[in-house]
Design a protein around this ligand. Structure first.
Ligand code: UD1
Ligand code: CA
Length: 456
């Protein structure tokens, strides 16, 4: 069966009070619609079509991908109208799965459950019982518990408003039936809209026994209409991530204070302190410990490494048994080998630091290659930029760089070299020698410290 997923995403999202189209607001760092599309992809459909409208081309241009087709709904005349707009582009589709772009947490298992209902019926609905069903379309059932129709809140009688089983909006339909039903829709209702939900009664008229299933959790089918709901789903999502991490053997100082905006994989006995933020793809090997308020973005951290409080690691690879921070910043394109120490207020950019080297205090190392067992003293700066171009600094194995040294690149320091503290190194320093550039110290005889004039 040729399966097409149709995502409705033309809604305006007025209650977000935003210039950004609602479906581009982010949950866990990813647009709401991005979540829906990723889950849709996980069921391997033959095609995915998105109906967009509000916000113009912003939505298709932000999420463009080869496997997506976009249909613009110029006038927002209801969910039925939205589906009608997409029909011409669903030529080959035999089964349609309808999703909402603002219902981000729908799960793979719920969707496959819904699709498997199409074996027995031409129409399957995802419904849920809500203690407070206000605002939703209600599922009307007959005396034999068979679904007969859906009535929207605004069209419902007082009796129907008592019904707590609601329409999530997510449904699966056999294409052969869909076109005919849509052709019969009208907008003769309280909202003067073409309701997709009206096809339910048509299906029943055609003798179809409608299937309904429920999601595993209510949050899966919760829509985002305002920022409060977005924040609620964000917390729900994060709690789920925290639970997965703990199941996989990580300890969290507080499962409510971690944010995963991407994918985090952890080995055994990983510890994450409060307020760790993860972005992109991050992997932490066995025994890694991350201190409080640490930002990790697209990085891998090797076994047993400790990252202390308030450090930032971005687009970098860090080896095993390292000590990073507190207050260290490892910037993109840096490779830090095993047993390296990077201390407080140390910034590393586009540099390689080989095994066992220590850069413990207040240093900037950019565009550099640092050998093994190198010791870089406090306040060392690689002057890598002349205002126009960037140059490399090369430091050989076992070199010792005295504190407060400036290395004016391009420059290299040989293996085993020692640089005297306070030097400005503008030419290559030979291996195994002491190099220093420092004005001679003078001690002034007979000098006296000025004193204040006595008051008149
Ligand atoms: C719809 C359902 C209602 C259900 C509720 C679940 C109908 C008539 N009603 O109501 O039974 O309980 O969803 O949240 O289907 N959209 C478009 N184009 C349109 C209208 C809507 O793309 O012209 C999209 C929206 O962006 C949204 C989804 O369809 O993603 C639902 O629209 P919304 O206005 O929220 O529907 P409700 O009236 O709340
Ligand atoms: Ca809604």
């Amino acid at each position: 069966m040729h399966l097409g997923v149709l995502v409705l995403a033309a809604g305006e999202g007025t209650r977000m009070r935003s210039n950004l189209p609602k479906v581009l607001h982010r949950l866990a760092g990813k647009p709401l619609l991005g979540h829906v599309l990723d889950t849709a992809r996980s069921i391997n459909p033959d095609e995915i079509t998105i109906v967009y409208g509000h916000g113009g081309d912003q939505v298709p241009s932000s999420l463009a991908a080869a496997d997506l087709a976009w249909v613009e709904q110029r006038e927002r005349l209801g969910t039925g109208h939205a589906v009608m707009q997409a029909l011409p582009s669903l030529q080959k589709v035999e089964q349609v799965l309808i999703l909402y772009g603002d219902v981000p947490l729908i799960s793979h298992s719920t969707l496959s459950g819904l699709l498997s209902c199409l074996v027995k019926s031409d129409l399957a609905l995802l419904t849920v019982d809500l203690p407070d069903p206000t605002g939703y379309g209600r599922i009307v059932r007959d005396g034999k518990d068979r679904i007969t129709r859906i009535v929207e809140q605004k069209d419902a009688s007082l009796g129907e408003q008592e019904i707590t089983e609601i329409n999530t909006g997510i449904m699966a339909v056999n294409r052969s039936r869909l076109d005919g039903w849509l052709a019969r829709l009208d907008n003769d209702n309280a909202q003067k809209e073409y309701y997709l939900t009206d096809i339910i009664a048509m299906a029943v008229e055609d003798g179809i026994h409608i299937q309904a299933i429920h999601p595993d959790s209510e949050e899966e089918v919760m829509g985002v209409n305002d920022r409060k709901q977005l924040a609620y789903l964000e917390r729900f999502y994060q709690r789920q991530c925290a639970d997965v991490l703990m199941r996989n053997g990580a300890s969290l100082a507080d499962p409510a204070r971690i944010d995963v905006r991407g994918r985090l994989t952890t080995g055994k006995d990983v510890f994450l302190d409060c307020n760790v933020i993860v972005e992109g793809k991050v992997s932490l090997a066995d025994g890694v410990s991350i201190g409080p308020n640490v930002l990790l973005k697209n990085c891998s951290i090797g076994e047993g490494t400790e990252v202390f409080a308030n450090s930032v690691v971005e687009d970098a690879a860090i080896g095993r048994a390292c000590r990073i921070g507190p207050f260290a910043r490892v910037r993109p394109e840096s490779q830090i080998a095993d047993h390296v120490h990077l201390g407080n207020f140390v910034e590393i950019k586009k540099s390689q630091v080989a095994e066992g080297s220590k850069i413990n205090h207040l240093s900037y190392i950019g565009d550099s290659s640092i050998g093994k067992q190198v010791n870089i003293g406090a306040g060392t700066i690689t002057c890598n930029y002349d205002g126009a171009n960037k140059y490399r600094t090369i430091i050989g194995d076992r070199a010792f760089i005295g504190s407060d040294t400036q290395l004016v690149a391009p420059v290299s320091v040989g293996e085993g070299a020692t640089i005297g503290a306070g030097s400005t190194i503008t030419r290559d320093a030979p291996p195994e020698k002491l190099t220093l550039s420092r004005s001679k110290q003078v001690n002034i005889e007979g000098w006296q410290r000025p004193v204040k004039k006595p008051k008149q």
